[in-house]
Design a protein around this ligand. Structure first.
Ligand code: NAP
Length: 338
């Protein structure tokens, strides 16, 4: 077993866009589990835009400060244990950060898979992970989509977006994906079955989105905020719902954008409900959601899209590239131990 543990730290606050220079890789002694603890070998760690948001401000967790260890969701295997509740070979999911080894206690476990063969890691981090659950609860609980409605999804080629697109289609909706660039928009149609896809970087974005939604927009699943939200809001139907899932267009700006003055007028006159949520709000419904998603996966109706980067040393680069739109589906880093 290794004597060392490579760990990524958030080293410096970005003035604008995040870069790899804002991170520092340190090699420390491998941790040793004490009584009631277990040693986890991380296999797959997540790369999320939220990590950039945590650097920017206090969100649903305290703001990340320079010098802090990089938090990240991940999946690992128990290799040593002094806990009766954690067995060698168990696959554990939780917030264990960007590192190779973690000492954990049972209360840090978000999900535990005790029986081999374990579900494929790509499924666990993608469709059945935070990604899939966020899309599921956002669409069905917050958006309350109904068959025949027009649903617009921004960040449609991303982790949550690609799931939301597919789930909205499965719910019988007309789905319009919004993403950056013609190649990604083409993939939305070809691989995810959107009824239309619109490039938000186009100078005619508003007209193109309007043409793609001839009956208006009933539900907007918003992963981006910013100008895409502004445009889509103006196309919403009476009794429409705006699902505020994320604000990725603003994370690299270093602050939330200003300007809400015109929003109430639209919400009031069109009776629109605009609601933010965090996936954890629906923890009590997680098992039902996992069962539904598993059925879609097993029947081939839902595709798992995971883009894997090999090697922990590339985690910051993966995050920077993710924010630049390099991913299609869920971005994650697979660890090869040194
Ligand atoms: N509420 C919750 O519980 C919850 C849970 C998970 C995630 N989220 C949020 O959901 C959103 C999506 O997360 P994810 O993990 O699925 O990430 P993701 O969509 O896989 O990756 C981020 C994507 O954002 C797009 N993007 C970057 N800058 C943009 C800009 N200025 N304008 C428009 N799009 C931009 C890029 O796609 P393009 O190539 O299309 O630009 C990129 O692929 C994030 O805002 C995240 O914080 C919320």
């Amino acid at each position: 077993m290794t004597q060392t543990n490579r760990r990524w730290f958030y080293a410096a606050k970005p003035a604008g866009a995040l870069g790899v220079q804002h991170f520092e890789l340190r090699t420390e002694a491998a941790p040793i589990p004490g009584p009631g603890q277990a040693l986890l070998r991380l296999c797959l760690v997540s790369v999320d835009p939220a990590q950039r948001a945590w650097m920017m401000a206090r969100t649903y967790r305290p703001q990340l400060m320079p010098g802090d260890f990089m938090p990240a969701f991940g999946i690992g295997e128990v290799v040593q244990t002094q806990s009766p509740d954690l067995k060698v070979g168990d696959l554990i999911e939780g917030d264990f950060g960007w590192q190779e080894w973690a000492v954990i206690s049972p209360k840090q476990v978000m999900r535990r898979h005790s029986r081999a063969p374990h579900p494929p890691l790509e499924r666990l981090i993608g469709a059945l992970g935070i990604t899939g659950l966020t899309a599921y609860f956002g669409l069905l609980e917050v958006g309350r989509v109904r068959p025949g409605e027009t649903v617009v999804v921004s960040g449609a080629g991303g982790a949550v977006g690609s799931m939301a697109v597919q789930m909205a289609r499965l719910a019988g909706c007309r789905v319009v994906g919004v993403a950056g660039g013609a190649p990604k928009c083409a993939r939305l149609g070809a691989e995810l079955g959107t009824h239309a896809a619109v490039d938000y970087r186009s100078p005619n974005f508003r007209n193109e989105l309007k043409a793609a939604c001839p009956d208006g927009v009933d539900v907007y699943f918003d992963n981006t905020a910013g100008s895409i939200l502004e445009t889509t809001l103006s196309l919403m139907n009476q009794r429409g719902r705006v699902v505020c899932c994320g604000a990725v267009a603003q994370y690299d700006q270093g602050a939330w954008g200003a300007g809400v003055a015109g929003v109430p007028g639209i919400l009031i006159s069109r009776r629109i409900r605009m609601e933010g949520f965090i996936v954890m709000d629906y923890e009590h419904q997680r098992r039902d959601a996992e069962a539904a998603i598993t059925r879609w996966l097993d029947s081939g109706q839902l595709k798992v899209l995971v883009q894997v980067v090999e090697g922990l040393e590339h985690a910051p680069r993966a995050l920077v590239e993710l924010l630049g739109g390099a991913n299609f589906g869920k971005m994650a880093v697979r660890l090869e131990l040194t």
